[in-house]
Design a protein. Structure first.
Length: 633
């Protein structure tokens, strides 16, 4: 028997409840898993949670609970959500599962014995939010983004994985298997990264305790990424290795396309066939993240139905690219494609078959040119959809299908079946129209079943089937086969959404269940000594001039009088303020900040502003009688 198709999602951190980013990844994997089952393959689908590491440890400490308690709570959120969304994974793996712990320690030890893991001292900067050491260049990037507080200085004894020894083998892998990373443009990023040279990877920590201990040296815990990646091994039954498709977000591609195959090479194991990296759901131009306060939760969207959300994800996002999310776009898509498009076509067709043919689907005896054209198009659309879907491009597949459904709307308008029905002489023509519409809908139900399991089943039953559409395979399906039995009562496929009404409710801010933080603000930063704080020179300033920086809607260039001198300061406040309203304002300036260039302009200083991430920045204003140059202390 051939090996089951083995597909995985990343395992999600348990520091937060799922948002639509995590949901999207899992839906994509589930749709592909279902698609492969309907191709007649055995499928093994794995998802789960990543529960160790500093991120989780910190989130739990902030809540005053243990990491395991936090993990249990978040896992319940995930498993309930996946159940409501009819995910078809076989195992939900948790990195705190006993078999996983054993697996990680066993492999760690094996690589130590083999010499691929060795102990040494590491000194450098570490990003807590990425759970990774950062290079100097990466540190500068983070600093420029105002994220310097995420970096901590670490010096520790650590175990290293001999990643540098795998550079050539990785490059050879990319050379020989260009399908290893998809899509292509991401593949090139990975290749360039490895070509740039690989350093050995620190894979243990002494600074944290929440993790799997290094066997035989228990003051070290195993680095969370080494631990996490191995979940794909732990969760895999003997007959499924290696993974056929591993779905990840672009943010974690490097871990999967560089470290992961290197670990497997070291372990002497077969490598995954393909790592598929998808893009991000964005809010405006920003990544969705809790710290930015712009997170959309799936629960908010599920009131329109599981299938609606699944469909929207697959239809609107081209795998690999980023996509902006908007509630309006979401509702427009569903109304256009499900309430109008498919829903309307199905209800018109089924009610005509009821009305004109007593529920019995006719076999066409003659077809004119137009009927023939519609039938031929279906013969082309069906395999094209399957081909696109096989390439994991459901966006493209659904596009092809919906274009065809729109053509069918035009076909109905031209054929005018309601007129044909008035004269029995037109019976053969009416038979042809009804049969073609019926066949198109039947094929549609089958094709969309992986994406919208419930809606497809409703349509399938509406077309007279008593079987499960998901248990039907694409292979051997007769597009022009006769209808099955009389059609039943037709149920509406999708209720039109009242957009205006829903918008007002959807845009109401999220109120967390644990009500405490109604503000979305980061935790209090690390303690600093008073001396450190007093090094920052804060001055009252007055804005003298302000203008927008060309080609930027965010940046405003200002001339600011700080008493002793005038400064050019570029601030990212252009979305909150118009230049005209800034002139003459008193502000607080960080006067001894090192100058830096923003869009080619040297900015010397920074204005203080308050914000809760979700809202605009509010410039801090000294009282009206304060003078430029006053020291703020
Ligand atoms: O990275 N748009 O877990 P995580 C689309 N535990 N997808 C998004 C997204 C967005 N805005 N935000 C997140 C981890 N994702 C590690 C993985 S695997 C061995 C360990 C999705 O909870 C995307 O798939 O931060 C991303 O890779 C994943 O969530 C990250 O989830």
């Amino acid at each position: 028997m051939s090996k089951p198709f083995y597909i995985t999602t990343p395992i999600y951190y348990v520091n937060d409840r799922p948002h639509i980013g995590h949901t999207y990844t899992t839906v994509l994997a589930d749709v592909i898993a279902r698609f492969h089952r309907m191709r007649g393959e055995q499928v093994y689908f794995l998802t789960g949670t990543d529960e160790h590491g500093q991120k989780v440890e910190k989130a739990a400490a902030a809540r005053g609970i243990t990491p395991k308690q936090l993990a249990d709570e978040v896992v319940a959120n995930y498993t309930e959500l996946w159940k409501a969304m009819t995910m078809t994974h076989f195992r939900f793996i948790r990195t705190t599962d006993a078999d996983h712990k054993e697996q990680v320690q066993r492999l760690f030890k094996r690589l130590v014995d083999k010499g691929d893991i060795y102990k040494a001292t590491y000194k450098g900067l570490y990003s807590v939010s990425d759970e990774a050491y950062v290079t100097e260049t990466q540190a500068k990037e983070l600093q420029a983004q105002g994220l310097a507080h995420q970096l901590i200085e670490l010096e520790e004894e650590t175990y290293f994985f001999r990643l540098s020894a795998y550079q050539d083998r990785l490059l050879k892998l990319y050379e020989e298997h260009p399908e290893f990373v998809q899509p292509d443009f991401r593949f090139n990023e990975v290749k360039r990264f490895v070509e740039g040279g690989l350093q050995d990877l620190s894979i243990s920590r002494t600074s944290i305790s929440w993790g799997i201990p290094v066997p035989g040296d228990e003051k070290h815990v195993i680095y969370v990424w080494f631990d996490a990646l191995l979940n794909y091994l732990t969760g895999c039954p003997a007959n499924c290795w290696p993974p056929d498709l591993q779905i990840v977000g672009k943010d974690i591609l490097r871990f999967h396309a560089v470290y992961w195959p290197a670990f497997l090479m070291a372990a002497g194991m077969f490598l995954p066939e393909t790592i598929l990296a998808h893009g991000w759901w964005l809010m405006g131009e920003d990544k969705m993240s809790k710290s930015k306060g712009n997170v959309v939760r799936p629960d908010t969207l599920l009131r329109f139905g599981n299938d609606a959300l699944r469909f929207y994800f697959m239809r609107d996002m081209q795998v690999g690219h980023d996509r902006g999310f908007s509630y309006e776009g979401f509702m427009d898509r569903l109304n256009a494609d499900l309430a109008n498009g498919l829903g309307n076509l199905a209800s018109r067709t089924l009610s005509m078959i009821q009305r004109y043919r007593g529920g019995l689907v006719p076999m066409p005896t003659v077809m004119d040119e137009l009927d023939q054209a519609m039938a031929t198009q279906l013969l082309a659309v069906f395999p094209e959809y399957l081909e696109q879907a096989r390439a994991n491009n459901f966006h493209g597949a659904l596009d092809v299908l919906w274009a065809y459904l729109r053509t069918l709307d035009g076909y109905i308008v031209k054929a005018e079946p309601w007129k044909l029905a008035k004269d029995p002489a037109n019976d053969p023509k009416l038979d042809a129209v009804l049969a073609i519409l019926y066949r198109a809908l039947r094929a549609t139900a089958l094709l969309v079943a992986p994406v919208m399991p419930e809606l497809a089943q409703t349509l399938w039953e509406g077309l007279g089937h008593s079987t499960k559409v998901a248990e039907t395979t694409f292979h051997g399906f007769a597009l022009d086969g006769p209808a099955i039995g009389p059609i039943g009562e037709s149920k509406p496929l999708f209720q039109r959404i009242d957009k205006e009404k829903e918008m007002s409710e959807l845009l109401a801010p999220e109120t967390p269940a644990d009500a405490k933080p109604s503000l979305d603000v980061p935790e209090i930063r690390e303690t600093v000594e008073a001396d450190t704080f007093f090094k920052v020179d804060l001055r009252v300033g007055r804005i003298l001039e302000a203008e927008r920086v060309p080609k930027s809607d965010k940046l405003i260039k200002m001339k600011v009088d700080i008493g002793l001198e005038q400064r050019t300061i570029v601030g990212g406040i252009g979305k909150a303020y118009e230049p005209a309203e800034l002139v003459n304002r008193l502000v607080v300036v960080v006067a001894n900040l090192a100058p830096r260039k923003l869009m080619g302009i040297e900015s010397h200083g920074m204005l203080l502003a308050a914000s809760d991430n979700a809202s605009k920045p509010y410039l801090i204003a000294p009282p009206a009688d304060a003078m430029p140059g006053f020291l703020v202390k």
